[in-house]
Design a protein around this ligand. Structure first.
Ligand code: 5AD
Ligand code: SF4
Length: 489
């Protein structure tokens, strides 16, 4: 892929007879070149390709980070494979909920045998979980077959960390407590040729009382608008037509820049990029959702008709304790404003059930918001106690059976409304960006509507990356079955 080799000239001009440069990204170009030589020699020795596999947990941010890791791996000569039995196996971890940690440890236990049979395999673990001292300690003491551990702040140093690991028999632990600026211009390999995530900011300043993210991703840092726009322009030149602007809280984008810029202003600039057809973003914090943003969305031709607006709880009392800095009324008024300005917008959300101290009344407030907003879809989570967050030390943890019961009631309501919302669009003709051939039935392709709903319809792989007008023939609850009705672009 062209995008992968965009920095070829810079990589080639690194001088391996010298010591590595101290500036970035030049230092990483040097290590990419060095790693290429090591990988090429190993390939020759084994007389076969070397393979890599990355397993990604968690959010879009992690998915994008994995594309960066894969960009480096492919650039130095590894071949990406679907199966886990590779020469280098990476786990990009998430730690937002407790059970993710346990699942990773279970999986690492299973890999012990594989590593015994294939001692040269490199096992690497990175991502949010590695920013927690306890997780690093557990892995380095109980899972000694892991070779590399690194965190979220030095992901850009992957080539360098790999080179260190090639030279070492022991485990390399390289986790930074905080970020040191943003490094641009490293290779990336996108999962899709026609759409891409684009980081606009890193970290989070909000400290919602239940959330570990500010501790593992650090303070909010916005990328310079110029760097973002240049990246999107290059992506578009490389065939991308849809971007997802990524940040923990995109609505507070740009406040920390030397020349502050609002998220709405950034969107206006992104809109102008030639070749770009769809703009999405994730995630918005209701406390920072401005009228300016709603106006920009209403007049935009490219911003998709979808707004993900995490509610977390419908109880103003719980929201206060969560440090969310909005209440039920303010949230509902934002939804009203969005619907008024953009009538056909889909609204989706995240909801936590069983936050410490949540009473039945609080829960009914959440149910009330769901009834009023009628979300197109909602991610519902059982509260998970994250050590180190303020909510974890709250003595009023809710009984497990009570939480389970509330969760089931909430899920039933959420599903009822999302089915109702989806059914409204049946028989409409809508533009769909085709993403892949359907996994269950290869006579169908699957794509997304502007409002993020999924449609399956008859077609073949030649449609991937194309925009097709599709008639929504049948609603199957969370997705549609459609048929081509009009243009293919
Ligand atoms: N327990 C349960 N859900 C959580 N989330 C974040 N932290 C926790 C936690 N400790 C949910 C929030 C957030 C989504 C990404 O994950 O709803 O919006
Ligand atoms: Fe976590 Fe709140 Fe930041 Fe979202 S805004 S990442 S929920 S602290």
């Amino acid at each position: 892929m062209e995008y992968l080799n965009m920095y070829e000239k810079e990589i080639q001009s690194s001088d391996l007879t010298m010591s590595p440069p101290t500036s970035e990204p030049e230092r990483q170009y040097y290590y990419i070149k060095k790693a290429r030589e090591i990988v090429a020699a190993k390939k020759k020795e084994l007389n076969r390709d070397l393979t890599c596999h990355i397993t990604t947990f968690g959010c879009q941010m992690n998915a994008r980070d994995s594309e960066k890791l894969l960009g480096v791996l492919e650039n130095i000569g590894y071949v990406n494979v679907e199966e886990e039995d590779a020469d280098i196996i990476i786990f990009n971890t998430c730690t937002v909920r407790e059970n993710a940690n346990q699942r990773l440890y279970g999986h690492l236990g299973q890999l012990k045998n594989y590593k015994k049979k294939h001692p040269n395999t490199i096992i690497g673990i990175c991502g949010c979980m590695m920013q927690e001292e306890d997780a690093v300690k557990t892995i380095t003491t109980k899972h000694k077959h892991v070779n590399i551990l690194f965190g979220t702040h030095n992901l850009y140093k992957f080539a360098e960390i790999l080179c260190n690991s090639f030279d070492s028999d022991g485990v390399i632990v390289d986790v930074w407590k905080a970020a040191e600026g943003i490094v641009e211009d490293l290779p990336v390999d996108r999962k899709y040729s026609f759409k891409s995530g684009v980081n606009i900011s890193f970290g989070c300043n909000n400290f919602c009382s239940y959330c570990i993210v500010p501790y593992v991703r650090g303070r909010e840092r916005s990328r310079e608008p110029k760097a973002i726009l240049r990246e999107i322009e290059r992506l578009c030149e490389d065939g991308v037509t849809e971007v997802m602007l990524l940040g923990q809280n995109v609505n507070s984008y740009g406040k920390d820049l030397d020349n502050p810029m609002t998220f709405a202003e950034l969107l206006d600039e992104v809109e102008k990029i030639e070749g770009l057809r769809r703009i999405r973003f994730m995630t918005s914090h209701p406390k920072d959702l401005s009228d300016e943003l709603i106006e920009v969305m209403a007049r935009s031709k490219k911003i998709c008709k979808h707004f993900h607006l995490p509610l977390q709880s419908g109880s103003s009392r719980i929201l206060k304790d969560m440090n969310r800095r909005y209440d039920k009324e303010r949230y509902l008024s934002l939804v009203e404003k969005l619907r008024k300005a953009i009538p056909d917008i889909a609204i989706t959300t995240d909801i936590i059930v069983g936050y410490p101290g949540e009473t039945e009344e609080d829960f009914l407030e959440t149910m009330d918001v769901v009834e009023r907003v009628k979300y197109d879809s909602a991610f519902t989570f059982i509260y998970s106690k994250r050590t180190g967050t303020p909510a974890a030390s709250n003595p009023e943890q809710v009984d497990e059976a009570v939480v389970k019961d509330r969760f089931d009631r909430l899920l039933a309501k959420v599903q009822k409304y999302s089915k109702e919302q989806a059914a409204k669009h049946v028989s409409e003709v809508t533009e769909v960006l085709v993403e892949n051939v359907n996994e269950q039935d290869d006579s169908l392709v699957s794509g997304r509507m502007s409002n993020n709903s999924i449609v399956h319809f008859p077609g073949d792989k030649s449609l991937i990356g194309k925009y097709v007008d599709v008639k929504l023939v049948e609603c199957k609850g969370f997705y549609y079955i459609g048929e081509v009705d009009g243009n293919i672009r």
